[in-house]
Design a protein around this ligand. Structure first.
Ligand code: DOR
Length: 425
């Protein structure tokens, strides 16, 4: 396959180059490769050619909650959004806390998925925060990290043991930072908006206390701590300081925490209900600053699909979560790159290169010998998100019925086209 005449991501710049793919790998990247060398040509004239996006944080809902999403629909939404690898979070039903469930996801994704799926195993059995899982066994099944995401181990002694155990296997422990005694029955960020709407608040402190605790544990145990969906200015500052002390800590931010604030909740739209909650403008700007100075290592989706019947409820009763995989690139490109808040090269580094490095996979770059994981994007192209156009089983995005620039035209995963413009079935 030959991707011809595109503007190809080369780290700090884009160059007009051709990309020749042979089998699953990139065979050559050069200014002009003869069309006779390929049997299939992808015309990328006027388009940008990026390394496929890599998502460290996807809720695929399979097994057990397949009315919200399943491995087919979730990976298809990923391919449409330009992703070639995603990581499945373990808060399914049952929880992914044993090798059999790990193998189920991996096998099904391999058989019927539209992108590669890595699996994150639970840190504690049933993610109840009480008893450690058999990490060694799940590692045999191929897990890449452990986490109780969606929930948070409250007991510090159990967390210490879990991190000590995981550090033996040299895999990251991912924390969803939430002190339950502080988040309690909170619905949105505690502050001006929660007061105005009469909704219970989730204070920034609920996140910061756990991050502070877990950074201390990581420092003490020399364990790799990865902080999921960081959202407060103070938490980002703590990570900045920990990194400067040499602590093995990394963190991710979601597109919604980069683009929205608690103000989005003003109309009681349950599609804005998410954990951690959308915060203040000061926090949002700190997320952006942290991304730009590399305190924040990458952007992760926290794709959390929920069905209409679950979200169409009173705010207090609706589940937390936002549907992200299809909207992430276009929303970030339109709101941040076109508004000159971030360079396009930086955005691609944070969506592809940096998470690929984290996962130690041979993608995230467009160069000879790398896997042919490639996303061709028409930056001028419009993309509209509606219940009719979305391929995910759920539509719970605050960007529903909005149009953005930056349409993914073609996604290539391991040398196979997994998304082509206009396809939907
Ligand atoms: O809003 C959220 N929804 N945050 C999480 O951490 C979990 C997720 C879910 O699984 O629905």
């Amino acid at each position: 396959m030959l991707v011809k005449n595109g503007l190809v991501y080369q780290g700090d710049k884009f160059e007009k180059l051709d990309v020749l793919i042979k089998g699953t790998k990139i065979e050559r990247v050069a200014p002009s490769i003869d069309e006779t060398e390929a049997t299939k040509i992808i015309d990328a004239e006027g388009k940008h050619v990026f390394p496929g996006f890599v998502d460290l944080h996807t809720h695929l809902r399979d097994p057990g909650q397949t009315h919200k999403e399943d491995i087919i629909s979730g990976t298809k939404a990923a391919a449409k959004g330009g992703y070639t690898t995603i990581c499945a979070m373990p808060n399914t039903d049952p929880i992914v806390d044993n090798i059999a469930t790990v193998e189920y996801i991996k096998r099904k994704a391999k058989d019927v998925g539209y992108c590669k799926v890595s699996v994150i195993g639970a840190l504690t059995k049933k993610s109840e925060g009480k008893e450690l899982t058999e990490v060694a066994s799940m590692l045999e099944g191929g897990i890449v990290a452990v986490s109780d995401d969606g929930g948070c181990v409250q007991n510090t002694k159990i967390k210490l043991n879990a991190m000590k155990y995981a550090s033996n296997f040299n895999i990251p422990v991912i924390v969803h930072a939430e002190d339950y005694s502080l988040s309690a029955k909170g619905q949105i960020n505690a502050g001006r908006m929660s007061t105005k709407l009469g909704l219970g608040g989730i204070p920034a402190l609920a996140e910061e206390i756990i991050i502070s605790r877990d950074i201390m544990l990581a420092e003490n145990l020399n364990c790799h701590l990865h902080i999921a969906h960081i959202s407060t200015a103070k938490a980002i500052q703590m990570v900045r300081e920990a990194k400067s002390r040499g602590v093995k800590v990394t963190c991710e931010v979601t597109p919604h925490h980069l683009l929205l604030t608690e103000d989005a909740c003003d109309n009681y739209d349950t599609n804005t209900k998410v954990k951690p909650p959308l915060r203040t403008e000061k926090d949002r700007l700190a997320c952006l600053e942290g991304l730009l100075d590399n305190t924040i290592d990458f952007i992760a989706s926290d794709h959390a699909p929920h069905s209409d019947f679950e979200k169409e409820k009173e705010f207090n009763l609706a589940p937390f979560g936002i549907n992200v995989l299809e909207t992430s690139f276009a929303s970030l490109y339109t709101e941040l790159v076109l508004e000159n808040k971030i360079e396009l090269t930086k955005l691609i580094e944070k969506l592809s290169t940096s998470p690929a490095k984290f996962l130690k996979i041979n993608s995230g770059l467009i160069k000879e010998g790398c896997l042919a994981d490639i996303t061709v994007v028409d930056l001028e192209g419009d993309i509209h998100f509606s219940a009719e156009t979305m391929v995910s089983k759920s539509n719970n995005t605050p960007f529903i019925n909005q149009t953005f620039k930056g349409r993914v035209d073609t996604t290539i995963c391991d040398g196979v086209v997994t998304w082509g413009a206009g396809t939907k079935s």
